[in-house]
Structure formats: C-alpha cells, structure tokens
Design a protein. Structure first.
Length: 260
C-alpha cells in the first residue's frame, strides 16, 4: 500500500510482493530470529534489490577528461544538477568544468554561468551559437586539462522528434563515459515512458532523481528507472549547490522502513 500510494507501478509492486511472499513461505527461519524480524529482513532485502541492490556510484576512469552528459525533460533540474555533481567531485580533488549545450532555453547559458561562479568552476558556453555540435567542437581541445567535464544538454519531451535526434547526434559526437538521465521526483509513473525513450536515444548509464526533499512521492521516478536497467547514481536532496548525495539503496530503504 505504501508503494502504491508513492506512485510505484502496480506491476512492479505485484512482482515485489510475490517475491516477498515466496521467500517468507519457503525459506527456513534462521536460528535466534523471530518470525517478525525475519519478515522485515526479507522486505528490506527485496526493496534494496528492487532499487538496484548495492550502491553503484560513478567510477571515474583515469582518462582525461571523463565526460558526463546529462539528459532529461524540461524543468527537471538538469542544469542545477550538472553544477551540483561538478561541485561534488571538485570537493573530492577532481578538476572539473561545465559545458553548456542547451541552445533552446534562453536563460540556460546564463544559469549555468551563475552556477559555475557559485561552485568556482570554469564554464564553457557560447550564447550566440544555435548548434550545440559547433559549441562542442569549439571547446573540445580546451577540455583536455580537466579530470571531469559535465555536459548540460537541452531539456526535451520524449515525444519531440527533433530534440531526440539532436541528443542522438550529440551522443555520437561527444561519446560520453556516463549518460545520466535526470528525473524529477514529482514526475510519477510517466517516468517509465520517458526513461525508455531516453534509453533508446542514447543508452542511459545512470539516473539522477531530483527534488526528493519535497513532498513529491518519488516512487514513480524510482521505479520508472527500473525500465532502463540503469542504476540510480545520485539524488538531489535540496536546492543548495551541495545538496546532492550518491544514492545508496541500503541506506535509503533503511530510512524508509524506519530502521536507521
């Protein structure tokens, strides 16, 4: 009931409850554990598995620059997330930079520039250019001195064909090491359809769920990512530049079940 009220897809909930039921009835009760604790442990294990198992994170390779491209819908917090992830890694000793390839939203370049100033990171943008591939070509040589480059792309609706084609072209040209889909926690079950389309366009390697600090039920966004087979790598937990954390399913489920 809790999962359904959090907007998780009915099919996923049924699969999960069937797994829990099967294990509870078939597995032997371990010594020294009562029935209730055993059931809670099964629920915990299955929920952790459902949300991706062990913490996946991003393994930064030695090659320079390590390229992380962010894709997602309009208004999901992509530009802010690019700066947050950049700051997250710069605090850990990596030399990071931001590249703005959102040529469709008038304020996108300005926003990225302001966030870069706030996070003390260099930002590569071209306000007059309307072709993102040309912007990338112009700055590609400048980026070789950085450990990690975060690439902000235009927000798009999974149904707008021209923008889907643009992301396919960018993906081919940039060849990013990580392709992160940014999804807002309030998107609900529409997440599944969007995640599927983005996955077809550029092969998603990870997901970032934003706005998990609000009243939004993140269940739809969390379960929607199951369809891509890509793990959730970060969650946004506030509006500040430092309000992002690596997603740890074990800790998340522990908090959700009130188990610390």
């Amino acid at each position: 009931r809790a999962l359904l009220s959090s907007d998780v897809n009915v099919k996923h909930v049924l699969d999960l409850t069937n797994n829990i039921k099967k294990r509870a009835l078939e597995e032997k009760l371990p010594k020294g554990m009562n029935q209730r604790d055993f059931l809670v442990k099964i629920v915990y294990d299955e929920l952790v598995e459902f949300l991706g198992g062990e913490k996946k994170g991003i393994k930064i390779a030695k090659k320079k620059p390590f390229k992380i491209m962010l894709v997602g819908l309009f208004g999901c917090g992509k530009t802010t997330t690019a700066a947050k992830i950049g700051k997250y890694y710069s605090k850990r000793g990596y030399k990071t930079a931001l590249v703005g390839l959102d040529v469709h939203r008038p304020a996108a370049m300005d926003q990225l520039s302001q966030l870069g100033d706030k996070a003390k990171m260099p930002v590569f943008i071209e306000r007059q250019e309307k072709d993102p591939l040309k912007i990338w070509a112009r700055y590609e040589k400048n980026l070789s001195g950085y450990d990690i480059v975060l690439i902000d792309t235009a927000g798009r609706d999974a149904l707008s064909e021209n923008l889907v084609k643009e992301i396919e072209r960018l993906n081919k040209k940039i060849n990013p090491d990580e392709r992160l889909l940014v999804i807002s926690a309030d998107i609900g079950q529409a997440a599944e359809k969007q995640a599927d389309q983005f996955n077809k366009s550029c092969g998603i390697t990870g997901v970032v769920v934003t706005k998990l600090d609000g009243t939004a039920k993140g269940g739809g966004a969390l379960s929607g990512t199951v369809v891509t087979g890509a793990p959730i790598k970060f969650v946004g937990v506030g509006e500040g530049i430092d309000d992002i954390e690596e997603f740890n399913p074990e800790g998340f489920v522990g908090r959700m079940l009130g188990m610390g």
